[in-house]
Design a protein around this ligand. Structure first.
Ligand code: ZN
Length: 326
């Protein structure tokens, strides 16, 4: 018997989630020694209660937790992002400078295990084989590529990246750029996270997502959000996602976004930044003290963000951008 509600309900998509790998098999992915020891990694491990999860290794436990939450969630699909390594400008891989790595094969494989997972591959455009990796990911079913400007050392304005941007456009691949100061991992440069620097990829005409809408933390020396708004006004192929924006250190950023005009809000996409959990305290008046969603960080994050006026296509527009809309 079919469920009529399931057929008519608009799907809900989380366009920005992560999986971490501890490094038992470094070819699949790893966190560097420095990242493993950082206070934030230790805090996330504590907050997520990962030890109680099923699995032999920490990586298995993290994967189990993601799939368990996703399965139980209102979210119908989640883009799970890979994270490419740092590359030198001669195209060679720099493992010593790579502190967070998740291979494309790992997320492509995850998508085969769960119908709710959409693979978000990651390619550092400095790598020698960037174009063939782009084609390989496309052939394997990925429609979104993440470029981590700060961690991967990718300055979006480099003219050397034009062939990469052009090929992504030809293949109708969405390019997601990290924007706004990065705090969770060692960075090459925060300067590359300014959304004002996205003019070159935007000029190729394909869909570009500015992850985090250029928002920075309250204590950062700069605020890139005004540059995000300016770029949104100039380029109608630019979108923003709300990943990490329900965190304490970005207090006020969702409210600010919800006050933008309708044209900007119509290009805002839901993203959580799972496994980073949303803060509940600033949103108690919106969600109540004990919302039923509190046991599932994916649902809790969605509940908080849906309490703001973030445009009609907030929960599902990304499907259309990925060529998966109906
Ligand atoms: Zn993220």
């Amino acid at each position: 018997m079919t469920n009529p509600t399931a057929q008519t309900r608009t799907p809900l998509v989380d366009a920005h989630t992560h999986i971490f790998l501890w490094g038992e098999n470094p070819r699949e992915g790893y966190l560097s020694e420095r990242t493993r020891r950082s206070w934030l990694t230790r805090l996330i491990i504590r907050l997520t209660g990962i030890d109680r999860e099923q699995g032999e290794t920490l990586s298995e436990k993290m994967r189990h937790r993601l799939l368990r939450h996703l399965e139980a969630s209102r979210i119908d699909y989640a883009v799970v992002l890979a994270q490419d390594a740092v590359y030198r400008h001669d195209g060679s891989r720099d493992d010593a400078s790579t502190h967070f790595y998740v291979s494309n094969d790992y997320v492509l494989d995850l998508a085969k295990r769960s119908a709710k997972v959409l693979p978000g591959c990651s390619i550092n455009p400095w790598r020698k084989d960037a174009l063939s990796e782009l084609e390989r990911c496309h052939a394997a079913g990925a429609r979104l590529i993440k470029l981590h400007t700060a961690i991967q050392g990718v300055d979006p304005e480099r003219k050397e990246f034009d062939p990469f941007y052009a090929r992504a456009r030809e293949l109708d691949m969405v390019l997601m750029f990290h924007t706004g100061y990065e705090h969770s991992c060692t960075v090459v440069s925060q300067r590359y996270t300014d959304p004002g620097q996205l003019a070159r990829p935007l000029g190729h005409g394909g869909v570009i997502i500015a992850a985090h809408c250029g928002t920075c933390a309250l204590f950062d020396p700069e605020d890139y959000y005004p540059a995000f708004v300016r770029m949104m006004q100039r380029h109608d192929n630019l979108y923003g996602d709300t990943a990490i924006m329900a965190s304490l250190i970005r207090w006020g950023s969702l409210k600010r976004l919800s006050l933008e005009d309708a044209d900007i809000r119509s290009r805002i996409l839901h993203g959580s930044d799972y496994p980073f959990p949303p803060a509940r305290l600033p949103y108690l008046l919106r969600t109540g003290l004990f919302p039923p969603e509190r046991r599932n960080p994916l649902d809790m994050d969605l509940r908080i963000k849906q309490s703001f006026e973030l445009g009609e296509g907030y929960g599902d527009r990304v499907l259309e951008l990925l060529g998966l809309g109906t």
